[in-house]
Design a protein around this ligand. Structure first.
Ligand SMILES: [Zn+2]
Length: 425
């Protein structure tokens, strides 16, 4: 072997390999044409005709890269590039291409297009891996047409029942099963849950931290656990004039005190505590009647299970004390319970090492929102890569991200996957 040949051997140049920024951007922009809105966003809700077109496009692109396509019973699409060892565990990535009605071009789509760009880069550089590399499109991550969110990954990982999910209806009474049939995406492939070495999801941050810290890559350590409640407080309606302050049973006053307490509880559980009252319905809603009833929602989040448990206990204490003080009856009903997720060391380290080696600024971060990778983390080692988005805004047509940041996130994904997939030549 000559010196020149040694210099260009794959191993010596591996760290210099990059994905193609223009190609990544072009695929994102082409995908964004399907369901494009006048304000520059995308409205491509799950299992619609537009979703079918986007799925067809993804499959066409993956087939051009020589991938094998499988589709399961909830419509998840798995595009696999074979490894040299047929028994080796898969190294996977993926996200979603359905959007909110006022969605943007990047939420979910970046994760899928970054995965496609990894496939294209592997082929372009003629890289063989021992492990198969697989890109997944998860069905209905957004949950806006059919509840709940993260439907496809929930079914694949056994967190949600296939039977129940197929029966979920949209507001027109169409079931998810019927919608899958209508677009031809009710598949019959059985996808084993086992034999996955790593699942990575790259995603825009959907929050303001990376931009604020002027940092390119978020190494996602895990995701906040969530406990949701409906609270109804019942007092007594009475005339706002004749009823003295000491004799009132004002449900709104109780609701206000509880709202302030939810905020305090979250702050006391810093840095990862979150507390939000997002809905409040006041009855009877008349300016000169003391409110007799309030129905409200409470959303508590934290990264550590013991902190989340403590937050819930404090909430219950507050609700009891406030209700007693204002002579209110209360009903506190849990509506969702997601345990905190700590991502696997091999995935977190692969992301952090890739970011370091590629020279990108990075910081450890947690996800405050739900993602498909969180469900995948229940059955396999999982990790996420965040990139900044403008103003931290998403689920909005003005959602925006810089091509250079998306390219950086894609390069980190590429190298994290190479690290796990074992290069053969
Ligand atoms: Zn998303």
């Amino acid at each position: 072997m000559t010196t020149a040949q040694m210099d260009t051997s794959p191993v010596s140049t591996l760290s210099e390999l990059r994905t193609d920024s223009d190609r990544l951007w072009q695929s994102l922009m082409t995908l964004a044409e399907l369901g494009a809105t006048p304000k520059g966003g995308v409205n491509r809700q799950a299992l619609t005709e537009l979703d079918r077109q986007a799925r067809d496009l993804f499959i066409q692109w993956c087939k051009a890269e020589g991938c094998t396509i499988r589709i399961d019973a909830i419509g998840n699409i798995f595009a696999r590039r074979a490894g040299t060892d047929p028994d080796a565990p898969a190294v996977m990535t993926g996200s979603h291409i359905d959007t909110q009605p006022t969605g943007g071009k990047f939420d979910g789509c970046f994760g899928v297009m970054a995965g496609l760009e990894v496939l294209r880069s592997l082929n372009q550089h003629d890289i063989k891996t021992r492990c198969p590399v697989e890109v997944v499109v998860w069905t209905n991550e957004e949950g806006c047409r059919f509840a709940p969110c993260m439907m496809g990954s929930g079914v694949h990982t056994g967190q949600l029942s296939l039977h129940e999910m197929l029966a979920q209806k949209d507001t027109d009474g169409v079931t998810a099963g019927e919608a899958l049939d209508a677009i031809g995406y009710r598949g019959s492939d059985e996808i084993p849950r086992e034999n996955v070495r790593a699942f990575f999801e790259s995603h825009i941050e959907q929050g303001p931290i990376l931009e604020d810290e002027e940092t390119t890559i978020g190494v996602v350590m895990g995701a906040l656990g969530q406990r949701w409640f409906d609270l109804s407080l019942t007092g007594q309606e009475a005339h706002a004039g004749p009823t003295p302050m000491s004799l009132r049973q004002d449900a709104m006053l109780g609701a206000a005190e509880i709202t302030v307490a939810v905020n305090r509880i979250a702050i006391e559980h810093a840095p990862h505590g979150r507390g939000t009252v997002g809905v409040m319905q006041v009855h009877p809603g008349s300016r000169n009647v003391i409110p007799g009833q309030v129905n409200m929602t409470i959303d508590l989040r934290s990264l550590e299970p013991h902190s989340l448990t403590a937050m819930v206990a404090e909430l219950k204490e507050v609700v009891e004390a406030v209700s007693q003080r204002h002579r209110l009856a209360f009903e506190l009903t849990p509506t969702a319970d997601f345990v905190p997720e700590h991502f696997a060391d091999n995935c977190v380290n692969a992301v952090r090492n890739a970011a370091s080696q590629l020279g990108y600024s990075h910081l450890d971060i947690v996800s405050g929102a739900g993602h498909d990778a969180i469900f995948m983390g229940r059955i396999a080692p999982a990790g996420m890569i965040f990139v900044p988005c403008e103003g931290g805004i998403s689920h909005n047509e003005i959602e925006n991200a810089a091509p250079k940041d998306l390219h950086a996130g894609c390069n980190v994904l590429f190298h994290a996957m190479l690290d796990q997939a074992e290069i053969v030549s």
